[in-house]
Ligand binder design. Structure first.
Ligand SMILES: [Zn+2]
Length: 76
């Protein structure tokens, strides 16, 4: 089977070179931070007095994971 001159992958029909690893990693990190911030700001919106401060990190991480999951699902 022919190999792609750029990424050395199998040159199948409809082959597209995978994007560079560093770019993918940067995108995932940006996505995680964005998702985490959105979830955190949403929590603050529902809790303006900061009564559930313990949830800060949890909401941020949950938002980050969801955002990354959506990003991965859309890319694959
Ligand atoms: Zn390729």
């Amino acid at each position: 089977m022919a190999t792609c001159p750029r990424c050395k992958g199998h040159l199948t029909e409809g082959h597209r070179c995978p994007r560079r690893q560093s770019l993918v990693a940067a995108e995932i990190i940006a996505c995680a931070i964005g998702g985490g911030l959105v979830a955190w700001l949403t929590l603050i919106g529902f809790d303006p007095h900061g009564q559930v401060t313990d949830m800060d990190a949890v909401s941020f991480i949950a938002g980050a994971l969801v955002a990354v999951g959506i990003n991965r699902a859309l890319r694959s």
